[in-house]
Design a protein around this ligand. Structure first.
Ligand code: ASP
Length: 309
């Protein structure tokens, strides 16, 4: 413990396996403590500044709850349109200002890939990347793998299908990076060619995980321990026509899953749109709402470690 104190969290590649395992145990521990006491006192006197310049439900709420339940305070930047960003202030200046008031940690989501690293350079406070465009979303990967660890009791040796928009999605890349810290993991990238995983992701996991690219889920579903479904990132598509063309290229519903002898655990970072039907929700393998709830505990663990409290 202690390795993450004061550290920026920009990429899922930044974590060592032992840090991840410590965070998972701490998340379980905080879960019990919060059950007993509600609000804890580790975060007393500490301030988290949240800056979300792209839409967010779970990441913003779970970081806010996590900090408040640790006993700390949260200052939210508010909507971009109500800030001086709307007058043309640069992202660099905005972050300099946010940091200037002296928060103990900053959680930042914005749409420029790679800017999280820049913000980490600019700010004195540790910066946690809560999504930088299509690039990465490292704390989502933490809660994804935490959910797998809780459900299966292990991460080594598992087979995971990551399906959907692997090109414009930031959760498939961060999940791949975090899984690459474990032993003997197999990843099946399930997507039509135009939405297949980006080359730079493959380059970074090569030699650390076994991976295959496949076009359809039925080719591999019975092999899998986990099927991780993602939505098409409509807002990142170059044209609405391209979105319409690829829409419907995959969709999971109960009838589809019931065709197989073995149904893997189903995860989804959410929001789901049409790719994961509500008919799946009643199956015992549907773990995506649990996964979202897990986010609060794992983010509390991360905040506690980064704050060093
Ligand atoms: N909520 C996740 C993200 O922010 C997944 C998604 O939006 O599709 O990347």
């Amino acid at each position: 413990m202690g390795a993450l104190k004061g550290k920026d969290i920009v990429s899922a590649l930044d974590f060592r396996r032992e840090d991840v395992e410590e965070l998972f145990k701490l998340a379980d521990h905080l879960r019990e403590e919060m059950k007993d006491e509600g609000v804890l006192s580790y975060g007393k006197g500490k301030v988290l500044a949240t800056v979300f310049l792209e839409p967010s439900t779970r990441t913003r709420l779970s970081f806010t709850y996590a900090m408040i339940r640790l006993g700390g305070t949260v200052i939210d930047f508010g909507p971009e349109a109500a800030s001086s960003r709307a007058k043309g202030e640069s992202l660099e200046d905005t972050m300099l200002m946010v940091d200037g008031y002296g928060p103990d940690v900053i959680v930042l989501r914005q749409r420029t890939p790679g800017f999280a690293a820049k913000a980490a350079e600019i700010c004195k406070a540790p910066v946690i990347n809560a999504g930088d465009g299509w690039n990465e979303h490292p704390t989502q990967a933490l809660l994804d793998v935490y959910t797998i660890w809780r459900e299966l009791g292990r991460v080594d040796g598992i087979k995971v299908g990551i399906m959907g928009d692997l090109k414009y999605g930031r959760t498939p890349s961060s999940l791949s990076y975090l899984l690459s810290k474990f032993n003997n993991v197999t990843i099946y990238y399930i997507a039509p060619d135009p939405l297949q995983i980006r080359d730079e992701v493959v380059e970074k996991v090569k030699g650390k995980v076994r991976y295959y690219k496949v076009g359809r889920p039925d080719e591999v579903i019975e092999e899998l321990d986990v099927l991780y479904v993602t939505r098409l990132q409509k807002e990142r598509f170059p044209s609405p026509e391209e979105y319409e063309r690829l829409k419907g290229s995959y969709r999971i519903d109960r009838d589809f899953l019931m065709r197989f002898k073995h149904i893997p655990i189903i995860l989804h970072p959410l929001p789901r749109i049409w790719e994961l039907d509500t008919s799946v929700d009643a199956l015992p393998q549907a773990k995506y709402f649990e996964q979202a709830r897990n986010g609060m505990y794992v983010r509390a663990a991360l905040l506690k470690e980064v704050l060093g409290v």
